[in-house]
Design a protein around this ligand. Structure first.
Ligand SMILES: C=CC1=C(C)c2cc3[nH]c(cc4nc(cc5[nH]c(cc1n2)c(C)c5CCC(=O)O)C(CCC(=O)O)=C4C)c(C)c3C=C
Ligand SMILES: [Fe+2]
Length: 527
């Protein structure tokens, strides 16, 4: 193992010593000298003109200020040392003092590289006409409704059936918030802000938005990424906590897109699967809470009420979704920071937006609001915590439905923390997360301990999908009327459900003239 250490910057620049035998001081390897001016703050990539006895003429430098990032330092140092010909390539470079390390990258190679950031999000209907097709896309996703293998062919007809039934109720909600979802516009603003923040940190990158269920679809973003010749991609789902039903579903889609395309197979990438535990996010949330609390007449009497989007319990208990654990840890971290600021309000976490009759994560938001009202709480501050943009579930469900319920339940003073949106501290922290992930692009990060900063560790799409939900077990469908399982009643219901689904299929095929039976050439025989 070779050792790489950066000797603190002299007035003229930085000296990097690389040694082959792991002990500093003996058998000196080539020394790389920096002569340009550079920014030295944490996480900032700076550039300068450099000279080196190994022949490298232009380098860029990343300062790693935290010993916690030893893994990042090691990986990048290993790569750089090999590129500079300081090691023969195979051996890992040991980082002696990570808090002092400057990682040196070959700038010539960097100039040919184009960094891209892909923001993943759910998407929402732009107009009321979009509501049913948007819902169709959502319910056609096997990570939202996972049918038993035998019935998989019914996924699409079932999605048509459920989306058609649900569309009028959903459309009412979207009509109440102005006739469509604000998600597209807010996500575009976040992308712009992130690009500017990265640029200000001397990391030029293109930022793309890929939605799962509506425009701009992930496929559209990927086409643009190819067209722009991106060579290194950081994938950032805009969900602070990981769930199979959100980030997981988008990764599953990316995996299939990547697999079918030679350019994408070879494009290096890494994913930041969740980031609820980043200090910048936690601080930004605490600041928003503090600001909203100050608007109450008696802030010390306010109950802080975190409301997260729910998922069916089976996602957590049967498929191993880390969502609940990450959510609980997230709320703990935010409350620890809130307490740090001298605020002593009690708090509760509950889950909203359940769909259908299967059991979802508890406690439910509506039930909890009623209970809090009954128990004498008079002032409530709602904090949406699973999403970083305003959307139908903050603007309609929380601001209208839950507010009304709270007032009916005896709560007199109501407040709501806005979603983070383009809050500067939050965007700057996301930019830092991207910069810190860059050395992992193309590297096997999951196997690296330091990459395990959250329950779902940093890694490539393939690595991440291999770490959870590998079996993709059948789960109770969240939106249908039956229960899967082997109890007597479940069997009966399975049979009925299958009959219902087959009937639906037949009706749809006959009315639309399209479908599996037409494809198999069976149905036209009956015409
Ligand atoms: C962390 C966030 C989210 C999780 C987890 C999640 C799981 C999940 N959602 C549904 C069903 C629906 N979700 C709908 C809208 C919607 N969902 C999220 C986020 C999460 N979903 C957002 C941000 C939005 C809103 C987008 C917008 O247009 O503003 C909808 C449509 C709206 C409605 O009809 O209520 C449905 C349906 C399931 C079944 C699920 C987990 C399995
Ligand atoms: Fe949802």
């Amino acid at each position: 193992m070779a050792a790489m250490q950066v000797v603190p910057a002299a007035a003229a620049g930085v000296v990097v010593q690389v040694q082959q035998d792991g002990r500093l001081g003996s058998r000196r390897a080539p020394v790389v000298c920096a002569t340009g001016a550079m920014s030295m703050c944490h996480g900032v990539m700076a550039r300068g003109a450099f000279g080196s006895s190994s022949g490298a003429s232009a380098l860029s430098v990343v300062r790693i200020a935290s010993p916690k990032l030893r893994g990042v330092a090691t990986m990048a140092a290993t790569k750089v040392a090999a590129e500079l010909g300081l090691t023969s390539g195979g051996e890992e470079v040991e980082v002696v003092a990570p808090e002092d390390v400057l990682i040196v990258e070959n700038k010539q190679r960097q100039d040919q590289e184009r960094v891209g950031v892909l923001l993943l999000n759910l998407g929402g209907p732009d107009t009321l006409e979009d509501v049913q097709p948007f819902l169709y896309n959502l319910f056609a996703d096997p990570d939202i409704i996972r049918l038993p293998r035998l019935f998989r062919f019914l996924q699409r007809p079932l999605a048509t059936f459920i989306s058609t039934l649900r569309a009028p109720k959903s459309a009412e909600g979207y009509a109440a918030i102005g006739g469509g979802s604000p998600l597209r516009q807010i996500t575009n603003e976040q992308a712009e802000a992130l690009k500017a923040s990265l640029q200000s940190k001397d990391v030029p990158a293109k930022v793309y938005v890929g939605m799962r269920y509506w425009h701009p679809f992930t496929e559209e973003a990927i086409s643009q990424i190819k067209e722009d010749g991106i060579t290194r991609l950081v994938v950032l789902p805009l969900y602070p906590q990981f769930s199979i039903s959100t980030s997981g579903s988008s990764l599953r889609l990316l995996e299939s897109i990547f697999r079918q395309d030679e350019y994408l197979v070879n494009m290096q990438h890494t994913v930041i699967p969740s980031w609820y535990n980043r200090n910048g996010y936690v601080q930004s949330m605490a600041t928003l809470i503090e600001k909203e609390l100050a608007k109450f007449e008696k802030p010390e009497e306010v109950h802080i009420f975190f409301s997260a989007h729910g998922v069916p319990v089976a996602y957590v208990e049967e498929a191993g979704d880390p969502y609940k654990a990450e959510m609980e840890e997230c709320v703990q971290l935010i409350m620890a920071e809130v307490k740090n600021r001298g605020i002593r309000c009690p708090h509760t976490l509950a889950y909203q937006s359940r769909v259908g009759p299967v059991e979802w994560l508890k406690p439910y938001t509506d039930v909890t609001i009623k209970e809090l009202g009954k128990s004498g709480v008079k002032s409530l501050l709602a904090v949406p915590v699973s999403f970083v943009s305003e959307h139908i579930e903050t603007l309609e469900e929380i601001d209208m439905e839950y507010r009304e319920l709270a007032l009916e339940s005896g709560i007199r003073n109501w407040g709501r923390v806005p979603a983070l949106g383009v809050e500067p501290g939050f965007i700057a922290d996301l930019a830092d997360a991207i910069i810190e992930a860059l050395p992992y692009v193309g590297a096997m990060a999951v196997s690296n301990l330091e990459a395990r900063q959250s329950l779902v560790p940093l890694g490539s799409v393939g690595e991440l999908l291999a770490t959870y939900d590998t079996l993709r077990r059948e789960l109770p469908a969240p939106v249908t009327m039956w229960e899967w399982g082997w109890t007597k009643s479940a069997e009966t219901w399975n049979g009925r459900a299958a009959m219902l689904a087959v009937l639906t299929l037949l009706v749809l095929e006959v009315t639309s003239g399209q479908g599996v039976l037409h494809q198999l050439g069976i149905l036209p025989l009956f015409h």
